[in-house]
Design a protein around this ligand. Structure first.
Ligand SMILES: Nc1ncnc2c1ncn2[C@@H]1O[C@H](COP(=O)(O)OP(=O)(O)OP(=O)(O)O)[C@@H](O)[C@H]1O
Length: 249
């Protein structure tokens, strides 16, 4: 793409993405751009292809065809670890944390801080950074040393989002982050997601709750049977329009 002008490239550019699992076409000719500092909601019925799309962006699946560009650079992550190294973090609905580990170890899972010539774990440094981060994001947990098992669902998801906030430099993908949470916990998580905007990250969130989609997003992208039906500015559409786009009636 032409980067000679002063305008920065979109953070994420998906172009003509196609994904088939054997004979099943999960995604068909899907294109979407995401800018820094915007939240886009991905909506669609069960089996529409939402999770598949997130897995393609995060390196879990390779597209059958089509291109993915990050900041204008075409990329093909070979796995999720590579995507993470590229600044892309994912938050899943099933609270994908290590239950028996402390909060600070989860925060640094696979990217632990070390010190000294023998590469010992820098526990003090990790605890301190975790305490600072959860304080900044107002995630209320007893301490960075608390074991994940002892936290509520909302606190766990707060930790998962804090981790994504800490490591993401480009893009945060959220797959039904509040599906397992109550009303108050959901509100807190939504605050944390909205705060990603201020960090200039691009955010793509899957949600079945249209109320949530309308509270959080700047744009809404509708997927039906693997195809992109349309993208709307949230402020310029309403639930009726989105529902009819989702269902096709
Ligand atoms: N690993 C896989 N192997 C074969 N088929 C798959 C695989 N993953 C997804 N699919 C198929 O691709 C289609 C899209 O599934 P996907 O999980 O992406 O939908 P979704 O929109 O996330 O649905 P839900 O809202 O129910 O989570 C479905 O027909 C599904 O059966």
């Amino acid at each position: 793409m032409d980067l000679s002008n002063t305008q920065a490239a979109d953070v994420l550019q998906l172009k003509n993405i196609h994904k088939a699992f054997g004979g099943v076409v999960a995604i068909e000719d899907f294109s979407l751009n995401l800018k820094a500092g915007e939240i886009v909601a991905l909506v669609g019925d069960n089996g529409a292809g939402k999770s598949t799309l997130i897995k393609i962006i995060s390196g879990v699946h390779t597209p059958t065809s089509g291109t993915i560009a990050i900041d204008g650079q075409q990329t093909s992550f070979k796995d999720a670890t590579e995507a993470r190294a590229g600044g892309i973090e994912v938050v899943y609905q099933d609270l994908a944390l290590a239950d028996e580990q402390a909060v600070y170890m989860n925060m640094f899972l696979g990217r632990e801080k070390t010190k000294g010539p023998f590469g010992q774990l820098d526990r003090k440094g990790m605890v301190q950074e975790t305490e600072d981060l959860v304080k900044e994001l107002d995630v209320r947990i007893p301490s960075a040393k608390t074991t994940i098992r002892n936290l509520s669902g909302g606190q766990r998801q707060g930790v998962a989002i804090a981790r994504a906030t800490h490591w993401a430099t480009k893009l945060v993908l959220l797959d039904e982050p509040t599906a397992a949470l109550g009303v108050a916990e959901t509100a807190k998580v939504e605050e944390n997601v909205a705060a990603l905007r201020e960090r200039n990250l691009a955010v793509l969130i899957i949600s079945h709750s249209l109320d949530q989609v309308f509270r959080l997003s700047d744009r809404i992208c509708v997927l039906r049977r693997g195809q992109q039906i349309g993208v709307r500015e949230t402020a310029k559409t309403d639930k009726n329009e989105i529902v009819s786009m989702i269902t096709g009636v």
